[in-house]
Design a protein around this ligand. Structure first.
Ligand code: P53
Length: 485
């Protein structure tokens, strides 16, 4: 009963939100180094230079003019540049993770740290950095769980190739994978290809200039081919590798029992399941092919792509789960919640975080059960958590009972999914186990961690680390293998 003996308890982070050292140790620029901070009210902006040399900016949802190149404006603040400085604090941070009893630690490798331009030139200092990080983890018996690519691309590939719309980028990505797989083949077993592949649609994330469907789906096809090739290659390099996919899973409920609402929810859910279908079943689902026909989207494929996608299916499904949403055919009658990232229909049965994300622990059990029913391969909850403003008490403590409450309810639902639904769940890595920059808003004040980091939204702070109340709570959860919540 309960969680399996070897369950992977841990925490999750991403290079661009945590590492900092954006030009240290030979790292090249990444697209995310050119996206400003923001807030609930103001979206983050991409800063770029036009072909004519003008400095302009757009939001992530907008297109960049053809030939525009990423530009770092000395008058703007870019949170990725220092972030919470894992680059200089990794020993201290991993020691704290070990103290909590982590069995694993999820991090991403910055492509531009290994291949500064994304091309076939390797930066040895970057390779050594992650080697030191993995050795530090292994010293404490912590298993590294590595995301190959988390929301960015070397800026040179965006500037020169239009990112993932260009098929040549597959080859460069595979070179990066091969370099990393070979170097760490005896240190890392768990890998994931693209973080939240269903969200990859902007210049910062995949280097594409146009936000039209045609570009986005062509790029998605290249991501699928690249992921399938990476899976095949990884298994050749070490047959013990477990290589997963990663999707942002936000299940949608029909707002009412009106069949039109049920259809709307089905269509919403399908859009995320499309990415899982391709990477787990190994083919494009029929509804997506029909949509391409209707919307005049033409995916340019090369001979052998379909076979490759069919062969390179993943070993497990990694997914993020923060919230659920609701769908309706009559949107004019509903209230919306959520900030600039995920506007969602208000579900009257749920409350939301300050950022409008609906808190729905049972939705996690529903997600686990339905994903397992549908795909029948191991699942890994690689992100979950509660973004909140943490206040320091007068004597400098952080009493984050709201976070403990969120986690304990979600962990209980994971336990139910294992015990009652028979789900094969291999691990759980709460997001931002130490405070890091928010991907959505670029803020520091939207915090997720068990460990507080002294840093604010303008880049001021000592970067000192401090345990929150949830630190000891999570330590006990791990020690009791999920029994004491
Ligand atoms: P932040 C939106 C909805 C669900 C997941 O998000 C999302 C996003 C993007 O904002 O992204 C994942 O930091 C992502 C992480 C991100 C985390 O969720 O906006 O994989 O990089 O930090 C939380 O609160």
């Amino acid at each position: 009963m309960g969680f399996p003996e070897n369950f992977l308890w841990g925490g999750a982070t991403a290079a661009n939100q945590y590492e900092g050292g954006y030009l240290s140790g030979g790292k090249g620029l990444s697209t995310l180094d050119a996206i400003t901070g923001g807030s609930k009210e103001h979206p983050r902006m991409i800063t770029y230079k036009t072909k004519e040399g003008k400095i302009e900016q757009v939001t992530r949802e907008q297109s960049l003019p053809e030939g525009a190149t990423g530009y770092i404006d000395p008058n703007q603040y870019y949170p990725s540049h220092v972030a919470t400085d894992f680059y200089h604090h990794y020993k201290e941070d991993i020691a704290l993770f070990a103290e909590m009893g982590f069995k694993c630690f999820r991090l991403s490798i910055s492509w531009a740290r290994i291949c500064p331009k994304g091309t076939k030139e390797v930066n040895e200092e970057g390779l050594q950095f992650y080697q030191d990080v993995f050795d530090e983890c292994l010293k404490y018996g912590i298993e590294p769980v590595v995301t190959m690519n988390h929301f960015d691309i070397p800026m040179y590939l965006a500037d020169e190739y239009d990112g993932w719309t260009n098929r040549k980028v597959i080859d460069y990505f595979l070179f990066f994978c091969e370099t990393v797989f070979k170097r760490y083949k005896d240190k890392v077993k768990y890998w994931m290809t693209f973080n939240e592949i269903n969200f990859l649609r902007s210049w910062t994330q995949i280097g594409i200039h146009s936000s039209e469907s045609q570009s986005r789906y062509q790029a998605a096809h290249h991501l699928f081919v690249a992921s399938a090739k990476a899976v095949e290659l990884g298994h050749q390099i070490n047959p013990d590798f477990q290589i997963g996919m990663m999707v942002a899973y936000i299940p949608s409920y029909p707002m009412t029992s009106n069949p039109e609402d049920v259809l709307a929810a089905m269509e919403f859910n399908r859009e995320q399941e499309f990415y899982i279908d391709v990477q787990v079943k190994g083919y494009y689902p029929a509804h997506k092919l029909k949509q391409f026909e209707r919307e005049d989207v033409t995916i340019v494929k090369e001979a052998g792509d379909d076979e490759l996608i069919a062969r390179g299916t993943v070993d497990y499904i990694g997914f993020s789960y923060y919230m659920s949403t609701a769908s309706t055919a009559n949107p004019e009658n509903v209230k919306y919640v959520g900030g600039n990232q995920v506007p969602a229909v208000k579900n009257p049965y749920l409350t939301e975080s300050e950022w409008g994300w609906a808190i729905d622990p049972l939705g996690l059990r529903i997600s686990l059960a339905s994903l397992y029913d549908r795909y029948n391969i191991p699942l890994f909850v690689v992100e979950n958590g509660f973004g909140a403003v943490d206040q320091l008490t007068e004597d400098g403590k952080i009493i984050d009972d709201y976070r403990i409450d969120y986690f304990s309810k979600h962990i209980k639902c994971m336990k139910d999914a294992i015990e009652l639904d028979g789900v094969d769940l291999i691990g759980y890595t709460p997001w931002g186990c130490i405070d890091i920059v928010s991907a959505g808003t670029g803020e520091m004040k939207k915090r997720y961690g068990f460990i507080y980091v002294d840093m604010d939204d303008e880049g001021n702070g000592t970067l000192d680390r401090k345990k929150k109340k949830s630190f000891d709570w999570y330590k006990n959860v791990i020690a009791s293998n999920g029994e004491q919540l």
